[in-house]
Design a protein around this ligand. Structure first.
Ligand code: NAD
Ligand code: GLY
Length: 367
């Protein structure tokens, strides 16, 4: 359900006793009202990184000081290649060094990397402390901060070590998107575009019509894109919190995308770039299986391109793609499962013959 209150819109994530709100609006971080009603504690820990800290950490620290007697901050190195055990340990070092107890509330201030690692740290520290997501990238506002997936990478596979652990609240301050590099805006658009083919073609039409406004960071367009994305994600997650079934559709483009990320080395392509290209490859595979027509593939490819994302994959070779895809979390007994488009607006999860997948990879990769 979506409601409106003064300066913010609220999308509810309905998960019984693990339910929580997503708040979307402007000037939320510095507003003291944003931080009331959270679990009481003697201390809070802001987890952020070296890029986001100088931009927003002081603002959050000042606002939280009105609520928590002690507020500490730990600054992690920036980048997907730091989404690992060593960096995760810096959070535990800080918590243990400060003598943090099991009521301490963690605040993830940053993009999906900070959010995924903070959530995992919160799930593990003293077997679970509360945490709040304060996503500052477009991708994290429309996807990664919502739904409770937390993880770090392993060199063999992306997000392979983690836990389902829901936050207490998600606070999407749209103003933070104004400082985001252009390439990161495009990466976020990939996850927004994703929601159209899998769930809502009317939203895809809206994105098509409003892409220039989104790229120009028009606050009204951003507010709608974040709200509608969160509504769709909330609808899926409420049906299938731990991905026993329908939640897998949120991984449209990710099977090919994760292979690109792992094949090139994490951080070479942004996650959203790999997903954008992965959606083109998955829709091509859907077309080869007779599920959608050429016009659908062309339309999606053109939109991904206009969003500033790659539409051709790196030439790693079909064997290497297939090898990485077999490590995907959706794979069962070595069989790769793809999220394919059954018909525009509806996704399905199924296998496909290796030879056909290899053909799609060859066709969709740069020469
Ligand atoms: P990111 O966290 O690496 O952030 C992108 C870059 O933008 C970083 O350099 C960051 O420091 C910088 N940045 C963040 N906010 C900024 C701001 N307001 N202004 C200027 N710079 C800013 O990348 P991301 O795209 O946010 O997230 C990608 C990660 O999310 C991947 O690790 C992916 O696996 C994960 N993910 C998780 C889920 C989930 O459900 N948990 C879903 C999708 C993606
Ligand atoms: N981003 C995929 C999921 O949350 O399930």
């Amino acid at each position: 359900m979506t409601t409106s209150n003064h300066n913010r819109v609220e999308v509810a994530i309905d998960l019984g006793e693990r339910s929580y709100p997503i708040w979307i609006g402007q000037q939320l971080i510095s507003n003291p009202n944003t931080w009331t009603g959270l679990p009481k504690a003697a201390a809070a820990l802001i987890v952020t990184n070296s890029t986001v800290a100088p931009l927003y950490a002081q603002r959050l620290q000042s606002a939280l000081t009105a609520v928590y007697p002690k507020v500490h901050t730990v600054v992690l190195p920036d980048g997907e290649d730091h989404k690992d055990w060593a960096t995760l340990n810096l959070i535990f070092d800080e918590l243990l060094g400060q003598g943090a107890d099991r009521k301490t509330v963690l605040f993830a201030l940053g993009g999906g990397v900070v959010g995924d690692m903070t959530g995992f740290a919160a799930a593990c520290y003293m077997r679970g402390v509360p945490f709040v997501q304060v996503p500052t990238t477009l991708l994290s506002q429309v996807d990664s901060s919502v739904g409770g997936k937390t993880a770090i990478n392993h060199p063999i596979g992306k997000n392979m070590i983690g836990a389902f652990y829901q936050p207490q609240r998600v606070v999407c301050d749209l103003d933070t998107l104004q400082t985001l590099p252009e390439r990161e805006m495009s990466a976020g658009l990939a996850e927004i575009i994703k929601y159209g083919p899998i769930a809502d073609m009317a939203f895809l039409d809206w994105i098509d019509a409003n892409l220039d406004a989104l790229l120009a960071r028009d606050p009204k367009a951003l507010a709608h894109a974040v709200k509608r994305s969160c509504e769709i994600k909330a609808w899926v997650v409420a049906q299938d919190e731990r991905e026993g079934g329908i939640r897998a559709i949120l991984n449209f483009g990710h099977t090919f995308g994760h292979a690109i990320e792992a094949g090139l080395g994490f951080g070479v392509w942004l996650h959203g770039e790999a997903v954008g290209c992965g959606m083109v490859m998955a829709s091509r595979l859907s077309q080869r299986l007779g599920l959608v027509d050429e016009a659908f593939v062309s339309r999606l490819t053109a939109l991904v391109d206009r969003a500033g994302l790659p539409t051709a994959g790196p030439k790693l070779g079909a064997d290497e793609y297939l090898q990485h895809m077999r490590v995907d979390k959706k794979a069962e007994a070595g069989e790769i499962k793809f999220v394919l488009i059954d018909q525009p607006g509806k996704a399905t999860v199924r296998g496909a013959p290796d030879a056909l997948v290899a053909q799609v990879i060859d066709d969709c990769c740069a020469q």
